[in-house]
Design a protein around this ligand. Structure first.
Ligand code: URA
Length: 440
């Protein structure tokens, strides 16, 4: 087999065989195929696409390039969840506690923040003392004992994705649906769960800016999941405004606790119930209406909050900040952002809100940046609210005046105030299963 022929075949729009895909993934990971040939193939895939069979074969070749975690020693159906990334998206911590409190084991590996989107591991690490680098045996023991553990991603998972993503990043080939879908799904498959729930975000704060692209990605990933024997459902959800009111690590943990105490913002609580119900459905806990009931009860009864606290204790975290969130260390500086106009908050460029939070110190500009766990934004008003001049729109937290000033300018730039009232947008746009796509 020759890489030249594989490139030419895809350039001419033909289907690549499983063996050809394995040859290029394996050869690239081992260093036998140079970057310039793989770049060429990626560009051919970008223009000519891949059919569902090719995309599934690419996903499996990538998944097999590293360790595939075996969760079979943990009893029960293991359901993983993945969000394509958003601003203020703290749903993983909430729904994992909800479903674990309903008896579905959660053995979850999560990522860190990069750029304008947050990462679950950074949010958890804002809890003093907590460990997210637990060894495999202890991780499994915690899940077997209390039903939930969330740790950082293993370094050995899908090395092919690390190399391919870095190459895509510098060759203008990131925005290809089969390449994005295989990148995400290979990591989910290598993480070992039986079923996968995908939260595909659409909007100004998401990777996919419009609903049609997000739907196409969702359908592609659901078909991969089913082709490789993992029951998969995707919800396409709104990322045209931050989720909840808090953006930034410890600020988000406070909001996580409020939702788990059934006292959180409506939008965030609503999406968590949708996501948790679908995870419970994947875990065979009943039909969808039964699963909605279970999800709501887990919040109303306090069971989900108790489960969250059990996880914090098991991973060595300081439970006093969860029992009383005033115990979180406060930022040195706090600044209010006031409206300079009267009217409705018509829209918020959510990517800019995420960048504002990053500038305040809550996120990473590069993989090497350090983050300030206490920095970030609390939104006092959101899209659709009416404001007068001088009304408080947000409160900012940071460690230096320079950070406050950069974050404030960026946040103000993200907000569009208008005389016109914006339409009410749904939180969930669509639910995609292997058999159908329901649009809401
Ligand atoms: N997230 C991923 O993991 N991979 C992509 O290609 C895009 C987003």
């Amino acid at each position: 087999m020759r890489m030249y022929d594989i490139i030419a075949k895809k350039r001419d729009g033909k289907e690549l065989s499983k063996e050809e895909i394995e040859y290029f993934v394996d050869g690239y990971v081992k260093g036998n195929i140079p970057d310039y040939q793989v770049s060429s193939l990626l560009m051919a895939i970008y223009f000519k696409g891949m059919n569902p069979l090719e995309t599934s074969n690419l996903t499996m070749s990538m998944a097999k390039s590293g360790e595939i975690i075996d969760l079979s020693s943990i009893p029960g159906i293991k359901v993983d969840k993945h969000s394509t990334g958003g601003v203020g998206d703290k749903t993983t911590l909430i729904i994992s506690s909800m479903v674990a409190s309903c008896g579905v084991p959660v053995a979850k590996m999560s990522g860190r923040s990069l750029g304008h989107t947050g990462g679950t591991i950074d949010k958890i690490e804002s809890i003093p003392g907590i460990s997210t680098t637990i060894d495999r045996d202890k991780f499994f023991d915690i899940v077997k004992e209390i039903g939930i553990s969330i740790i950082g991603q293993s370094g050995n998972i899908v090395p092919a994705d690390k190399k391919l993503y870095a190459l895509r990043d510098v060759t203008a080939t990131v925005e290809s649906i089969p390449l994005i879908a295989s990148s995400i799904m290979s990591k989910k498959i290598a993480s070992g769960a039986d079923c996968i729930l995908l939260d595909v975000k659409a909007g100004s704060g998401a990777f996919m800016k419009n609903i049609d692209d997000a739907l196409e990605l969702a359908e592609c990933m659901v078909s991969i999941g089913e082709n490789v024997g993992r029951k998969t459902i995707a919800l396409v959800t709104n990322m045209d405004k931050p989720l909840g009111n808090a953006i930034g690590n410890s600020l988000e943990i406070v909001e996580v606790c409020n939702v788990l105490k059934n006292n959180g913002p409506e939008d965030l609580t609503g999406i968590c119930i949708d996501l948790a119900a679908n995870m419970l459905y994947l875990a065979n806990k009943g039909d969808l209406s039964v699963c909605y009931k279970l999800a709501k009860e887990s919040l109303e009864s306090g069971r989900a909050f108790s489960k969250f606290k059990e996880m914090i204790i098991a991973q060595g975290g300081d439970i006093s900040v969860i029992e009383n969130q005033n115990n979180f260390i406060k930022s040195n500086l706090r600044e209010e952002v006031l409206s300079n106009k009267e009217g409705y908050i018509y829209s918020m460029d959510t990517e800019k809100c995420g960048i504002a939070s990053m500038m305040l110190g809550a996120g990473r500009e590069t993989k090497e940046s350090t983050i300030d766990y206490n920095a970030g934004i609390v939104l006092n008003r959101k899209v659709g609210d009416y404001v007068k001049v001088g009304d408080k729109i947000a409160t900012l937290y940071a460690s230096t005046t320079d950070k406050i000033s950069r974050g404030k300018d960026m946040l103000l730039d993200s907000i569009n105030i208008s005389k016109e009232k914006p339409n009410n947008m749904p939180i969930i746009y669509a639910r995609v299963t292997n058999s159908c796509t329901e649009k809401y």
